[in-house]
Design a binder for this molecule. Structure first.
Ligand SMILES: [Zn+2]
Length: 290
């Protein structure tokens, strides 16, 4: 159904549908999935992955973890970990009815150094099933948290600190046109460039089929060298000339920026967005991937 809907809605709306209709239902039971079978977990991971493929229109062989990271979605196991920990913290910080809090024998260990200050006494368990249950497992997981998070005095700060631990992709790109899908495939390294196809084992060599230079068709070749796209390249480079000159963006730099994120804010976000827009226009104009 999502596939049909995606044909008429944008990436952001499709993502919203996934978050509100699918993800929220799974989240509701996340506490119990801690102890489910590997097969069940894989089924949910698959559901996340397929939803991400539909939302981004990425190729089917795109790496799952890379793709989810690209669009700032947690994998299901990360999500499960986060939700279980916040639920545990909610109980610990007495944000749930006392009848629940009283079931949990919270007592800290006797070590008082900053690192161990808020460590909890572990619960004893003889059986594997109980050992892996939410009840016992979360006492172990709590002690593994960095002391800065463990030593927080309230639930809201705890939740924010836990969330901030995650590596956020600030690219914030949306995937609407076919050239966006191509751009995404460059970043995921499963594009239709000869070099990527060769690496994936679907081409016998990595040489450029669009020019007689005999060079490998890498992204660098496609963006800067292939004589077939000389005209469009000139346009593209002219359009970004001012920013490139101002920020001393070399060819290698530019390639790195296109394939990775605007790390350490090398460019202003609007400059970065501008360059990506012009680059996707270049992809469109070359008609290399039609
Ligand atoms: Zn070429």
């Amino acid at each position: 159904m999502m596939k049909q809907i995606r044909k008429i809605v944008t990436f952001k709306i499709c993502e919203k549908i996934f978050t509100t209709i699918i993800k929220s239902i799974i989240d509701y039971g996340s506490m119990f999935y801690c102890n489910t079978t590997l097969q069940n977990l894989q089924k949910i991971e698959k559901l996340y992955y397929h939803s991400a493929l539909i939302c981004t229109k990425a190729y089917k062989n795109t790496n799952r973890v890379k793709l989810l990271k690209e669009i700032n979605w947690d994998t299901f196991s990360e999500r499960c970990k986060y939700l279980s920990m916040t639920m545990f913290a909610k109980i610990k910080f007495t944000k749930t009815p006392s009848i629940i809090y009283e079931q949990f024998p919270f007592s800290t260990t006797l070590r008082h150094s900053d690192r161990y200050k808020n460590n909890l006494q572990q619960l004893l368990s003889r059986r594997n099933h109980f050992y892996n249950s939410f009840f016992v497992k979360m006492f172990r997981e709590w002690n593994k948290l960095p002391s800065t998070i463990k030593n927080t005095g309230n639930y809201e700060d705890f939740k924010n600190l836990l969330k901030n631990q995650q590596d956020i992709n600030i690219n914030n790109y949306t995937y609407e046109n076919y050239q966006d899908t191509i751009y995404l495939s460059f970043r995921m390294q499963n594009s239709l460039l000869q070099s990527d196809k060769y690496k994936m084992g679907i081409s016998e060599n990595n040489l450029c089929i669009n020019c007689p230079t005999g060079q490998q068709e890498t992204l660098f070749h496609f963006v800067f060298e292939c004589p077939k796209y000389k005209y469009y390249r000139q346009n593209f480079l002219n359009q970004i000339k001012t920013i490139a000159k101002l920020k001393n963006v070399t060819r290698r730099n530019l390639l790195h920026l296109l394939l990775n994120n605007n790390n350490q804010n090398f460019l202003h976000p609007t400059e970065y967005k501008f360059i990506i827009n012009k680059f996707t226009k270049y992809i469109e104009k070359t008609k290399r991937f039609i």
